[in-house]
Design a protein around this ligand. Structure first.
Ligand code: AMP
Length: 115
């Protein structure tokens, strides 16, 4: 478990409502939402950032993608959402415990990665 805020949420040290939980990950609402739906899918085992992942993390990474799809269906946004991973401080990563942002419920500019 990491010492990051997400590690503390997963361990229960910081109380948080889990929208989804399974053996390997949780999903919570982002505390500072950038869209009407802004959910974080967080693995229970800490990988600091995606570029630290190794071959033996393959199953976990696949699991997170499947969990993101399930959470999107649970929230009714499965037809239109973005899945974002910020990797490294230069890309805006602020919590160094890998997580997937599910962003939905707003207009997305067609063909653009951001905005
Ligand atoms: P990133 O910038 O990709 O590292 O994303 C970290 C995200 O975690 C940001 O969108 C924050 O708003 C969010 N965040 C930080 N602390 C909490 C918290 N206690 N509960 C929920 N989300 C949080």
């Amino acid at each position: 478990m990491s010492d990051s805020i997400f590690g503390k949420i997963i361990s229960g040290e910081i109380p948080s409502e889990f929208l989804y939980e399974d053996e390997h990950c949780i999903a919570i609402n982002d505390i500072n939402p950038q869209a009407p739906v802004h959910v974080l899918v967080i693995p229970k085992r800490c990988i600091e950032k995606l570029s630290d992942a190794q071959d033996d993390d393959q199953a976990l990474l696949g699991h997170l993608m499947l969990a993101a799809g399930k959470v999107a269906r649970q929230l009714g946004v499965e037809e239109a959402f973005r899945l974002i991973v910020n990797n490294g401080a230069g890309a805006g990563q602020t919590v160094f415990h890998l997580h997937l942002h599910i962003i939905a419920g707003r207009q997305f500019a067609e063909g653009k990665m951001v905005g």
